[in-house]
Design a protein around this ligand. Structure first.
Ligand code: G
Ligand code: G
Ligand code: MN
Ligand code: NA
Length: 259
């Protein structure tokens, strides 16, 4: 695959860049942070999304240096936002971790080093791990995540609800946030809301709060949807209704408006 072959040079040449999508507190509408979403400005094909190259990077192991670059860059950006007073504290940056990164022996040490270099508190970082990456993980495999969680890094379960998991496993995971997959919130885009979707979200929120987990909803595209989700007790939202992923300076403009 020609894209695969070009990945290492692309990393060396600085062809990757990050867009940030704000995370908004449903309670008061303030920006609380942003998710870092990597893109590749390919010299021939133009901007490529992560779905087009993350699986290739995962397959070749390049995901480890690429993922570390994303983490470094996002941490540096979070420090700039903090210094500029961009968001109300506590402000966070969310970074996606792929399964190979989870298994990489120096994940904890690398993450600690990145946070120290950026002068960032661990609580300013949220690592997103997909439900499918954790299904079946035993205690030994979970240890690095648990160490990071114990240091104060927030761990979020991404695409929650799309894996075939036993819900009782939630109690064993070192996670503090559930990111509810957007398939559950699609039925609330317009009024009246889909009553089954409402019941499902209600149930998940109740379970999450019982376990002291915070709930973030993805794919919020309309104000009606945001209102439903706020009423259902969801804590944080992300989606086109608030903002599409964009350059880091856009986040500053957004949070100045809402403050
Ligand atoms: O907005 P978007 O098309 O960028 O995101 C598509 C998918 O790519 C999402 O599921 C997201 O989790 C994943 N993704 C985005 N950035 C990264 C990254 O830096 N690392 C990994 N592993 N996945 C990412
Ligand atoms: O990590 P994750 O799969 O959650 O990444 C978020 C993905 O969802 C990205 O591809 C992002 O561009 C996309 N996205 C973000 N907000 C919305 C939205 O409101 N609607 C839809 N359809 N997609 C969204
Ligand atoms: Mn994500
Ligand atoms: Na997701």
């Amino acid at each position: 695959h020609s894209l695969t072959n070009r990945l290492p040079a692309a990393l060396d040449n600085g062809e990757f860049f990050i867009e940030y999508q704000p995370l908004v507190a449903l309670g008061d509408g303030t920006v609380r942070g942003a998710e870092a979403l990597v893109r590749w400005l390919h010299p021939v094909h133009g901007v490529l999304g992560p779905d087009q190259f993350i699986p290739l990077a995962e397959g070749t192991g390049l995901i480890v240096p690429l993922g570390r670059w994303v983490l470094e860059e996002a941490a540096r950006q979070a420090r700039l936002w903090r210094d500029a007073g961009t968001c109300r504290e506590p402000m966070r940056v969310n970074v996606n971790l792929s399964p190979s990164q989870l298994r990489y022996p120096s994940l904890v040490a690398d993450t600690v080093a990145v946070l120290e270099d950026a002068g960032l508190d661990p609580s300013a970082l949220c690592l997103e791990v997909t439900e499918n990456a954790l299904i079946g993980a035993d205690e030994r495999e979970l240890r690095p995540l648990r160490q990071l969680a114990d240091m104060g890094v927030d761990i979020a379960l991404d695409d929650f609800g799309t894996g075939y998991s036993n819900l009782s496993y939630l109690r064993r995971l070192p996670v503090s946030t559930l990111k509810l997959d957007r398939s559950f919130t699609r039925g609330m885009q317009s009024a009246p809301a889909d009553p089954v979707d409402v019941k499902i979200v209600e149930g998940i929120v109740s379970l999450a709060h019982t376990l002291d987990l915070s709930v973030t909803v993805e794919g919020v595209e309309t104000g009606i949807q945001a209102a439903h989700l706020r009423m259902l007790g969801c804590d944080t939202a992300q989606g086109w209704y608030y903002a599409r992923p964009g350059p880091p300076d856009r986040l500053c403009a957004l949070s100045l408006v809402d403050a």
